[in-house]
Write a protein that binds this ligand. Structure first.
Ligand code: NAG
Ligand code: NAG
Ligand code: NAG
Ligand code: NAG
Ligand code: NAG
Length: 713
């Protein structure tokens, strides 16, 4: 089957249409709150991650959505309207290749909130709202782990016109683009719900191709609502099925021949519509085998209640009203909190952050024939785009402020797989592993053979453990008699040796692009804070004293410390400590490791060190932002907000960082699912780096986290 070929021509056609639409003008289109680089459409886990580049929003009727990596995903919405006894078919979304029998509707507005993306389009006499809703209910593990997303189409027309609505998907959602792909497409009816399942016939479990799962099944479902006078569905070649809708408005007489251009489609006849009337579709990627954890199969949490795809998606549709109202409460609470912590622009950033972070995570329980053990919960996160690792420690660490604010339990759920593994003693090295393998295979590295980040990984783990303890009050994990206290003590011991944690030999830190570097000041700051955190949580003051000693040596009251520049202008923390480099070298790294010291009230460094950095960041700003590290010309959006959140609300750097990141997000020059790095100087200033959709942007919550933990409870 020629999937690849048909997709390529499909994509080329879309490009032609883009320019046509632009020529037609955009005068009335409005964006709320801003035009983002990319709109989340259906973003729930690493294998259900559909987006629409922002610059395609004005072209919605033809624009084709994309998997987070950029592969096109066939998904469209058409409507058929009767006016003056003539039926006309319009495309509202995703048509792709133009069709003389289908007229593109006009886009009126585009909006994103923290859980929804909402487009309004009009055909003149009828107005349609397309609401792409990916629920975020972090504490409801059943709802959060369901691998589906909603599309609700609401229509109203002043003239009470007869209206029909249609939606289709194609095989691209299966991730099988190879010519030989064989996919079994089935339809199942359960009560009023009909479910299409696209099932690859030769799946390869736990294997990805271009980041798409090569196992599991694609789900597309809808049901007869009270508002639909008729509800029909079919499978067939795209052209035939669309023509049937254009000519008949219903899709009875399903066909069963499967070809490369096969689609599955639903049509709702709404009768004469005057007041707002809506219908809902569910789309998803169902995979019972979610994660291979050290040879044991783990399954998504929802399977403790809904064992098969049909019951899961029927429940998902039943849950719509409740998910929607919970979501609106979530959005409104988050809005108020974000405004009070950092203003409107800060809220705009957070609203775009939420789905992207949860969209990289699976919440799991043990698999097998009877997946009911809800006591053994583990969460897994994919390091999307930068390398595909699973449960990377320096991905969980920067993202943690989001969990701290929304659901601190995730810090434990994400670290549990690593801690259980390290606790077996199999790994002999004296610092934690950087990751557990390549998603979705969390096989570990028994020989320790993975990116070594001795101080980064040790410090991250100790600080995260204290963050969890501080946010939840639970000492069970890392308190004086905690399950993992002896393990964590080993890493504290490692850091407490000066030649490991203070006079640091050449090694990688989280900014690993430029390679290993000796004497990284920001790592020494991390070691100091982490030692103090361990001392406090385990009630062993000697570790805190060690951390304070490192702080004293690094900062020394702002006078000639190991970590300070000796420039006559504005003293600041340097890139490298002065034992390996001289203090007149002005290279620096943003000292984001001071942030957890302040957040957790540890006081390892004095307030004057925080004030020094706050003033320095303002002076170090280039055309469009502050470099995260002088070895690169880019700002990191999440480390930037960690730095911004370190000083108090009255700081100057906080608003500067928020303004710069907002300006980058809204400048209309970028099109990736939010990229967490942007260039700050030169002709590329304001442009995204290569990465996409990374969960690290949970760090944007750093400013809000200063107001406390678990704020939406
Ligand atoms: C509309 O198009 C013009 C010219 O292409 C552009 O400058 C403007 O930013 C666009 N406005 C919106 C809201 O997209
Ligand atoms: C395709 O699905 C049908 C219905 O579930 C099933 O009877 C048939 O065995 C499947 N075919 C293959 C090759 O898996
Ligand atoms: C859809 O319609 C139902 C019933 O009229 C209503 O309760 C619900 O709020 C509507 N949903 C949306 C997103 O408008
Ligand atoms: C740190 O501890 C060492 C002993 O290990 C001591 O010599 C030094 O004075 C201490 N420095 C500070 C700044 O506390
Ligand atoms: C100190 O570092 C600066 C900047 O790298 C360099 O220009 C200078 O030569 C160095 N001085 C000494 C004494 O090494």
């Amino acid at each position: 089957m020629a999937f690849a070929k048909s997709l390529i021509s499909f994509a080329n056609f879309a490009l032609t249409i883009t320019s046509a639409i632009v020529k037609m003008g955009n005068s009335s289109l409005s964006f709320t709150p801003v035009l983002p680089p990319s709109y989340p459409l259906a973003v729930r886990n690493p294998y259900l991650s559909a987006w629409l580049p922002g610059n395609e929003a004005s072209n919605l009727p033809s624009a084709i959505p994309e998997f987070w990596t950029g592969q096109k995903l066939g998904w469209s919405v058409l409507t058929r309207i009767k006016d003056n006894s003539e039926w006309t078919t319009y495309s509202l979304f995703g048509l792709g290749e133009s069709d003389a029998s289908i007229t593109p509707a006009q886009v009126v507005s585009a909006e994103y909130t923290s859980t929804r993306t909402i487009f309004v389009v009009t055909t003149g006499k009828a107005t349609f709202t397309l609401e792409f809703f990916s629920p975020v209910s972090p504490k409801d593990f059943v709802r959060q782990s369901l691998p589906f997303s909603y599309l609700t189409v609401t229509v109203s027309s002043q003239d009470a016109l007869p209206i029909q609505i249609y939606s289709e998907i194609d095989s691209s959602w299966t991730g099988h683009f190879e010519e030989s792909a064989q996919i079994n497409v089935t339809v199942t009816t359960s009560g009023s719900t009909s479910v299409y399942e696209w099932i690859p016939i030769s799946p390869t479990v736990f294997k990805e191709v271009s980041d798409m799962a090569q196992w599991g099944r694609v789900i597309f479902a809808s049901r007869k609502f009270d508002t639909s006078t008729s509800f029909t569905y079919t499978i067939g070649p795209r052209g035939t099925v669309r023509a049937q809708f254009v000519n008949e408005g219903d899709l009875s007489n399903p066909q069963d021949t499967f070809q490369s251009d096969t689609i599955t489609a639903f049509a709702h006849d709404l009768g004469s519509v005057k007041t707002a009337t809506n219908i809902t579709f569910a789309i998803g990627h169902y995979h019972e085998d979610a994660i291979n954890y050290r040879g044991n199969d783990r399954t998504p949490y929802f399977r403790s209640k809904y064992r098969d795809p049909i019951s899961a998606v029927v429940h998902f549709l039943d849950d719509y009203a409740s998910a929607h109202s919970d979501s609106q409460q979530f959005e409104s609470k988050l809005h108020d909190l974000a405004i009070s912590a950092g203003g409107e622009k800060y809220h705009d950033i957070l609203a775009l952050t939420v789905r992207q972070v949860f969209g990289a995570i699976e919440i799991t329980i043990p698999g097998g024939t009877s997946p009911i053990n809800t006591k053994d919960v583990m969460a897994f996160v994919k390091e999307l785009s930068s390398n595909g690792d699973i449960n990377t420690i320096d991905i969980i660490f920067p993202a943690a402020p989001l969990f701290y604010v929304l659901a601190p339990e995730y810090i434990r759920l994400l670290l549990e797989p690593l801690l259980q593994y390290l606790n077996t003693g199999v790994v002999k090295q004296s610092f934690p592993l950087h990751d557990l393998g390549t998603y979705p295979n969390a096989l570990g590295h028994n020989n320790g053979d993975t990116e070594p980040m001795p101080v980064e990984a040790s410090g991250d783990l100790l600080i995260l453990a204290y963050m969890y303890q501080k946010a939840t009050g639970s000492a069970l994990w890392a308190g004086p008699a905690g399950t993992y206290t002896p393990l964590l003590q080993k890493y504290a011991e490692y850091l407490s040796i000066e030649s490991n944690g203070l006079h640091i030999p050449a090694q990688l830190s989280t900014i690993d692009g430029p390679g290993p570097l000796a004497g990284q000041t920001n790592l020494a700051i991390k070691a100091a804070v982490a030692l103090n955190a361990f001392g406090v949580m385990s009630q062993q003051p000697s570790y805190s004293e060690r951390g304070l000693n490192y702080s004293g040596q690094l900062y020394n009251g702002g006078k000639g410390g190991l970590g300070l520049s000796c420039d006559s202008g504005l003293t600041h923390f340097t890139l490298q400590t002065t034992d390996v480099h001289n203090c007149s070298d002005l290279a620096f790294s943003t000292a984001w490791n001071l942030y957890p010291d302040v957040l957790l009230g540890l006081g390892t460094f004095p307030a004057s060190a925080v004030a020094m950095q706050d003033a320095f960041y303002v002076s170090a700003r280039k055309e469009q932002g502050v470099q995260a590290d002088t070895r690169g010309d880019w700002e990191s959006t999440f480390w930037g907000l960690w730095a911004a959140a370190t000083a108090d609300a009255s700081s100057k750097s906080r608003q500067m960082y928020i303004d710069d990141i907002h300006a980058y997000m809204a400048n209309g020059r970028n099109d990736h699912p939010f990229c967490d790095r942007f260039h700050v100087t030169g002709t590329d200033a304001g442009s995204q780096y290569t990465w996409r959709a990374r969960p690290v942007i949970g760090g944007h919550f750093a400013v809000l986290a200063r107001q406390g933990a678990d704020l939406l409870n």
